[in-house]
Design a binder for this molecule. Sequence first.
Ligand code: TGC
Ligand code: FAD
Length: 392
Amino acid sequence: MKPDLFEAPDYYNLDDLLSDEHKLVRDATRAWVKRDVSPIIEDYAQNAEFPKQIIGGLAEIGAFGPYIPETYGGAGLDQISYGLIMQEIERGDSGIRSTASVQSSLVMYPIWKYGNEAQRKKYLPKLASGEWIGCFGLTEPDHGSNPSGMTTNFKDMGDHYLLNGAKMWISNAPFAQIAIVWAKDETGRIHGLIVERGMEGFTTPETHNKWSLRASATGELIFDNVKIPKENLLPNKSGLGAPLGCLDSARYGIAWGAIGAAMDCYDTALRYSKERMQFGKPIGQFQLQQKKLAEMITEITKAQLLTWRLGVLKNENKATSAQISMAKRNNVDMAITIARNARQMLGGMGITGEYSIMRHAMNLESVITYEGTHDIHLLITGLDITGLNAFK
Ligand code: TGC
Ligand code: FAD
């Protein structure tokens, strides 16, 4: 792979809107990605392997629980810092950002928000330091966009719960030490359970043959009469709103992350357009190529503004789920369009691993699907503005 020469576009001087702490956090993450992710990521993606050696680095830059209080080992940062960390990590690779998103928003967040003090103390510091990696089991083989139909269930056996069922498409599952599993009780109410590796009847087979997110490990969670200690139930929230609340936090991070992938594709294509000569001119001199680049920077700038404003609303606890959906949908769509156009600008070189663009383009096919598909988020916006529910 070519050396990482990334220079971040900032067409509307958005840095002026960031605090010194935001810039410090962003620049530290950017430097770490250049040093520890860019040189190795292409090989790991080609080999369909997660680079476990970067877990310590992710913890050090605060990517595990950026906004979780420091008392529990988190970084105690605000929502804009969290977003900037996700942006920079996804600039390197969406799969690495996935690992950080899942750990922070889908594992640490529910323990912090829905767990009791004993659970917070037991799990959060180990997750923040990367000693333990977690995963989040909501999707099932027959229930993806419609998680309320889940069939994974648990029964109260007096001194423990008995968990049965299966989850599919679970990021980090093959090596996670713990799983936050969403399952129905005997009345059909959804609860979160903390399932630990090693519990009898719990297995995590890896999903192979992915053309997308190849540097992220994906797997199933299978529960065959797994005995769950009662203290592993998250006591403070139940119902579908509990997992959806975690998704709000992760979708917000993805909205920022997608900008990172788009910036990397744009920056690569811009540089290439000035160097690649055809018909005796740099290809960047042709109007058709300039149109692509001009539209890319316009869309990136709009996404940056949208997301920064969302971050301000998040910091004020005012961001709605529907606003988060809009940003996730818009920014991932923006990124995938830029990745596809940037790839074309590199001609044949665009399909090789010499450049990051094709990897981003393939990764973004997962990003536009998980955490709510492109169409599901459109229907969430539709419901919000009309009051009419297309899901019922
Ligand atoms: P609905 O009846 O609308 O809602 C049920 C309850 O949930 C509440 N709620 C929310 N709460 C918090 N945040 C949100 N975003 C919420 N959306 C809804 C709602 O108020 C209600 O509460 P209550 O108290 O009245 O019961 O539910 P529905 O069954 O009609 O479904 C709505 C729909 C389709 C929007 C939702 O289920 C959905 O978002 N589907 C998409 C599924 C999804 O996103 N799955 C993601 C799986 S995890 C993942 O992909 C991780 S990838 C990680 C990585 O690698 O980065
Ligand atoms: P389906 O729900 O079957 O959807 C198929 C198509 O139908 C989509 O285009 C969808 O938009 C459309 N559709 C569905 N319902 C409607 C409707 N009402 N109106 C119009 N169109 C509709 N899940 C987890 O729980 N944890 C994870 O860590 C996780 N990681 C993932 C990692 C990867 C790499 C991938 C690919 C997925 C991951 N997922 C995870 C699952 C992901 O959230 C689901 O794939 C996603 O929610 C879509 O579900 P589905 O694949 O079953 O598609």
